[in-house]
Design a binder for this molecule. Structure first.
Ligand code: 13P
Length: 249
C-alpha cells in the first residue's frame, strides 16, 4: 500500500498559478519520489483540466476534485457529476470535508449518497471525518468518528479497498497551525482501522490519511506513525516549495 500525499488547494489560486504550482511539484519531486508514495493534487473545479494536462502520464501523480453531485446528469445548476470529473482526468474526489460539513451544512445522509455514488461511478473517494473542539472537550471524539463513518459509508456495500480512503481531519487542527498530538492521531487512526476491519473485507488496505496543519516540519514524524497512510494538506500545499518537502519528507 502506497502512502498518499494529497494537496487540497480549496478555493485558492488563479489558472496560471495552478498550472505553475503543479509543474513545480512534478519537476521538483518526480526523480526523488519514494517508491512507496503517490501524490494527489486537488485544485478547484475551473483548474482541473489544466492541472490534469500537467499530470498526464506522470506515474504516481493523480488528480482529484473537491466535490461532486450524486447524479448521472441533469438539471442541477452549479453541480458537477462523477462522469464529468472522470472525463477531465480525476481519479479521486473528496467527500465530507469539514468545510462542506460545517460551512456548507452538508449532512450525513447527503454525504452517504455522494460517497456511494462516486464509488459506483469509478472515482476513488477520500471520505473525511473529524471532531470539533467542543466534541473533543466533551470526550466524544470516538463517538463522533464512529457516527460519521457509520452514516457516511452506510451505502457502501462492497468496496475495492484501494478505492476508499479515509481522512481524519480534526476540525480544530484545520488551518489553525495547531497540529494534533501524535497520541491523538494514533488513537483516532487505530479506532478508524478497527471500524473498517469490522465493516469491510480487505480493510487493511484502506488508506487512512491525517490532515490538519501538516507542514514540512511535522510531516515526516506524522507519516511514520502506525496506521497513517498519508496526509491531506491545505495551507502548506499551496506552494511547491513547502509541499515538495512534505512529499519527500
Ligand atoms: P490545513 O493543512 O491548512 O490545516 O488544511 C487541512 C485541510 O483541510 C486539508 O483538507
Amino acid at each position: 500500500m502506497k502512502q498518499l500525499i494529497a494537496a487540497n488547494w480549496k478555493m485558492h489560486k488563479t489558472w496560471e498559478e495552478s498550472i505553475q504550482t503543479a509543474r513545480e511539484i512534478v519537476v521538483g519531486t518526480y526523480n526523488q519520489l519514494p517508491a512507496n508514495r503517490e501524490v494527489l493534487i486537488i485544485p478547484s473545479f475551473p483548474h482541473l483540466k489544466a492541472v490534469s494536462d500537467v499530470l498526464a502520464k506522470q506515474k504516481n501523480y493523480f488528480l482529484g476534485a473537491q466535490n461532486l453531485y450524486p447524479a448521472l446528469k441533469g438539471a442541477f445548476t452549479g453541480e458537477v457529476s462523477p462522469a464529468q470529473l472522470l472525463d477531465v482526468g480525476c481519479s479521486y474526489v473528496l467527500v465530507g470535508h469539514s468545510e462542506r460539513r460545517h460551512v456548507l451544512q452538508e449532512q450525513d445522509e447527503f454525504l452517504a449518497q455522494k460517497a456511494s455514488f462516486a464509488l459506483e461511478q469509478g472515482l476513488k473517494v477520500i471520505f473525511c471525518i473529524g471532531e470539533t473542539i467542543e466534541q473533543r472537550q466533551q470526550g466524544r471524539t470516538k463517538e463522533v468518528l464512529r457516527s460519521q463513518l457509520e452514516l457516511g459509508l452506510k451505502d457502501v456495500q462492497k468496496v475495492d479497498s484501494e478505492d476508499l480512503v479515509i481522512a481524519y481531519e480534526p476540525v480544530w487542527a484545520i488551518g489553525t497551525g495547531q497540529v494534533a498530538q501524535e497520541q491523538d492521531i494514533l488513537d483516532a487512526h487505530a479506532f478508524i482501522r478497527e471500524f473498517l476491519q469490522k465493516t469491510f473485507s480487505g480493510a487493511e488496505e484502506v488508506r487512512i490519511l491525517y490532515g490538519g496543519s501538516v507542514k514540512p516540519a511535522n510531516a515526516s514524524s506524522i507519516l511514520a506513525l502506525d496506521n497513517v497512510d498519508g496526509v491531506l494538506v491545505g495551507g502548506a500545499s499551496l506552494t511547491a516549495e513547502s509541499f515538495n518537502q512534505i512529499i519527500l519528507a
